[in-house]
Design a protein around this ligand. Structure first.
Ligand code: ADP
Ligand code: MG
Length: 266
């Protein structure tokens, strides 16, 4: 990782989210440096997905501030954040199952180009996809490039539902990349993958970073996390309990304690 970047792309401060009386997140502050792969780890229920939902705007925090590239985000709807260059994938894969692989990516591209028309577009896509041939051709080429980049070029015309599990996760990432994000939030991208698929994913994530995309990664696979991350934030019961480079976090007694009883071994 080059030393150059000390610029903070994403700064979230004092994020708190309660569900009833229960704190899913409590006063969490996180700084993500430009060009970094920044992991967020913690036992199940620690608040990792809640953090992603708040950063991407599908959930509003009760309090706290979020700044992305000097712009405040709290009041912006998800599509506005997408338009600023924030993309995400979901812990539970969300694909358009009956569309082809390449169409899934093309829909992703549209979500940044015409956010306000999203509903209208989606309503018409089943009947009259991509009406203008020239636009469609450009989008198709671009989508193919992303699929190829994610190792799915050969599968472009298959239905999304027919892909193997690891491929489906990679397709979600390709679709997220279609908005040309500056920041990519990956929620457990290796979940359900076998070791070979996880190893490939490791390479893909690094190559995405090398394209200039800053990455925040929620992941349970500790080999992946420790090998790939520049910085790690550890959550437990909604609170930040540790932060630092992998070597420091891995040997932190507070972190080890938090993971006792979990299947993952640090
Ligand atoms: P993680 O992703 O770290 O496993 P989550 O962010 O999904 O954890 O959840 C954190 C805690 O908040 C969990 O205890 C979960 O049950 C709770 N939680 C998450 N979303 C909701 C919700 N919509 N309503 C009530 N509780 C929720
Ligand atoms: Mg989660």
């Amino acid at each position: 990782m080059p030393e150059a970047s000390t610029h903070c792309t994403l700064h979230a401060e004092g994020l708190t989210k309660r569900f009833g009386g229960f704190y899913a997140l409590r006063d969490v502050t996180i700084d993500v440096q430009e060009g970094h792969i920044h992991a967020v780890i913690g036992p199940n229920g620690a608040g990792k997905t809640t953090l992603f939902n708040i950063l991407s705007g599908t959930l509003a925090a009760d309090s706290g501030e979020i700044t992305f590239e000097n712009q405040r985000l709290e009041m912006l709807k998800p599509y506005r954040r997408t338009a600023l260059g924030i993309a995400r994938t979901f812990q539970n894969i969300r694909l358009f199952e009956h569309m082809t692989v390449i169409e899934n990516v093309m829909v992703g591209a549209h979500s940044r180009s015409y956010p306000a028309l999203w509903g209208a577009f989606f309503g018409s896509v089943l009947h009259r996809p991509f009406a203008r041939p020239a636009v469609e051709k450009t989008m198709r080429n671009r989508a193919f490039e992303l699929l190829d980049f994610m190792g799915l070029g050969q599968k472009m015309n298959e239905d999304a539902e027919d892909l193997a599990y690891g491929e489906r996760r990679r397709l979600e990432i390709a679709r997220a990349l279609a908005i040309e994000p500056r920041l990519l939030l990956l929620d457990e991208p290796a979940a359900g993958m076998n070791p070979n698929e996880t190893h490939e994913l490791d390479e893909h994530i690094k190559r995405i970073r090398d394209r200039g995309v800053t990455i925040v990664l929620v992941e349970h696979d500790m080999n992946l996390v420790m090998g790939i991350s520049d910085q790690i934030t550890v959550l437990n019961f909604g609170e930040k309990i540790a932060e630092g480079p992998p070597s420091a976090v891995q040997s932190d007694p507070v972190v080890i304690e938090a993971y006792l009883g979990e299947e993952e071994v640090l």
